[in-house]
Design a protein. Structure first.
Length: 52
């Protein structure tokens, strides 16, 4: 389930022969997994939202 939260390009990037893209995709996936394990996806209710 955690891998599905990662960007699609990162999941596809693992299969690419380009070493630079492959490493960037692996780094992004690792970051996503770490954030999910730490619970970083839950926003702080006291944090002000920036208008987009």
């Amino acid at each position: 389930m955690t891998l599905l939260a990662a960007p699609g390009w990162a999941r596809v990037g693992l299969t690419m022969p380009d070493l630079r893209l492959h490493e960037h995709a692996a780094d992004t996936l690792a970051t996503t997994i770490i954030e999910k394990l730490r619970g970083g996806g839950v926003p702080d209710i006291n944090q002000l939202r920036l208008p987009l």
